[in-house]
Every structure is written in C-alpha cells, then in structure tokens.
Ligand binder design. Structure first.
Ligand code: SF4
Length: 270
C-alpha cells in the first residue's frame, strides 16, 4: 500500500493539514492515516527565519507528541546540502532559478520549486516505498480561496497529489481557526525571504520591519547581477520596478500597484 504524506511548507494551509492529520480528519481523503509530513527545507539561508523557527520549535514537537513525524529534507549536490541561496550565489552557476524579472518585466521561468520541493519530496518517496505503479499519496495545502493553484502542479514520478482542504471545503480563515483551536500559534506565510513574488508592499514592510533581512535581499540581487554580468547576461530584478530593489522600494508609493503576492499566498505549491 502506498505511503501517505503531507507536503509541509510551514505556512498556514499545510500546518492546518498537519493538525487535521493528527485528528484523523484526513483519513478518508488520503485513504488511511497519514504516515508523515515532509518539510523540504530550501535552505537555512533561504527560508524565512520565522518559518524555520516555527517548523522546528513548534510544529515538529507538537506533531511528534501526537504521533505524526515531520521530516526535514534537503537538496544535495556533490554530497553536501545545496541551498537555493547557495546556488544563486555560486560563481559558475549561469541561471536565475527563482522568478526574477527580466528585461521585459515578466517573471522568468523558475527551477526552484521543481528542484527544491518536488524533486526532493519525490526522492524521499522513492526511498520510502513509493513506486511508479504505486506512488505515494501527497496532500498539498491549497484552500478553497486559492483553488486556481490546484491546477498548476502535476503528479510526479512517485507522487499522486490530493487536495484535502478543497475536499473538505476549507478556506484560509478555516485553516487559521483549525490551528488556533489546536492551541498552536498561526504561522506566517511560508516562502523564501528573497522570493521575487513578494509584492512591493511586502518589500516595503520588510524594509521597515526586518531591515537586516531586506539588506540581504538587496545584496543577493546585486550578487546575482554581478554573476550574470560575468557570464555576459543581462540584469534581473526582484521587483516589477525593474531596477535595484534598494531604489525601487524607497521610491514606491502606497498607491502603486502591487505585483503578485509571495509564495505563501499563491505562487509556490507548498
Ligand atoms: S518561495 Fe519563491 S523563490 Fe522560494 S522556492 Fe518558492 S517560488 Fe522559489
């Protein structure tokens, strides 16, 4: 019988899945009890620090007490953990990996979700009994208010995706209530702190509230552009202003249109 897991990103929807799993409320949708939740950590230098804190110090022990293991997974390269930040700052790397904006202003195609989430989960599933003919059942945390996301991801080699929150008719507010009713704090939306899907308003708030983190994003954008220039490539941008983030966010006005929101509310599937 195939293994049953939750794709756990540490955000609101997937934390609600973890709570529901410990209560046996996913058994019908999943075809039986959930075996584990899988947290594909994009990197300690890439995930938002609050997400890592929440997953490791709140969710993991809470779920373990209730019999549900949350496994933290990583991507490896040449036998060592390869973080997304590490890839983006590696001199010989020629790509962009994340949905930065190019000359025309539209987000460029990204490898990050496929490489750091989908492939990592698939590898774990394959190593834990899933096969092509008997894939693991993987619950994805998409709620009814973001149903359009459910069509973006496809089943992969060892994974058959299910969407329990849609089956149960639960929206984001329901998820928050499920989490608080369980006695847990509500987590922040999960995404890389440097995700270019952040809206300008989100960048502004980060600059105001988390200046050290914002400075790291500004530095990363500069590092990426120095690296791309060394390979003869044109610059890329982390906001739709198509200029350095440090300038774009200073000059942005509250009335300016925001871009698409961050992964935690719509762009990454975990
Ligand atoms: S949060 Fe953004 S940068 Fe991080 S993996 Fe998802 S799409 Fe990529």
């Amino acid at each position: 019988m195939s293994i049953r897991v939750i794709s756990y990103g540490g955000g609101v929807q997937s934390t609600a899945l973890v709570v529901l799993a410990t209560q046996g409320r996913l058994d019908d949708v999943m075809g039986g009890p959930v075996d584990a939740a899988l947290f594909a950590n994009v990197g300690d230098d890439s995930e938002h620090p609050d997400t890592l804190e929440y997953v490791r110090n709140i969710a993991v022990p809470w779920a373990a007490e209730r019999g549900l293991p949350i496994h933290e997974l990583h991507r490896y390269r040449k036998g060592e953990i390869e973080t997304l930040y590490g890839r983006l700052t590696r001199g010989e790397y020629r790509g962009t990996a994340i949905p930065v904006r190019g000359e025309k202003g539209n987000p460029l195609s990204r490898d990050c979700t496929a490489d750091y989430k989908v492939a990592v989960l698939n590898k774990w599933l394959g190593a834990n009994g899933a096969t092509k003919d008997d894939p693991g059942t993987c619950a994805i945390g998409i709620s009814t208010d973001e149903i359009e996301r459910a069509g973006r991801g496809k089943d992969s080699r060892y994974e058959r995706r299910v969407y329990p929150l849609l089956d149960l008719g639960l929206n984001r507010a329901d998820c928050m209530r499920i989490i608080t009713d369980a006695g847990l704090p509500v987590p922040r939306p999960s995404s890389c702190y440097f995700c270019p899907y952040h809206s300008r308003q989100s960048w502004k708030e980060m600059r105001r509230d988390e200046p050290e983190l914002f400075a790291k994003v500004v530095d990363l954008e500069e590092q990426m552009n120095r690296r791309l220039a060394s390979h003869g490539k044109t610059p890329v941008w982390f906001s739709d202003a198509l200029r350095p983030l440090s300038e774009a966010v200073i000059e942005a006005q509250p009335s300016l249109l925001d871009g698409p929101d961050s992964c935690g509310s719509g762009s990454c599937w975990t």
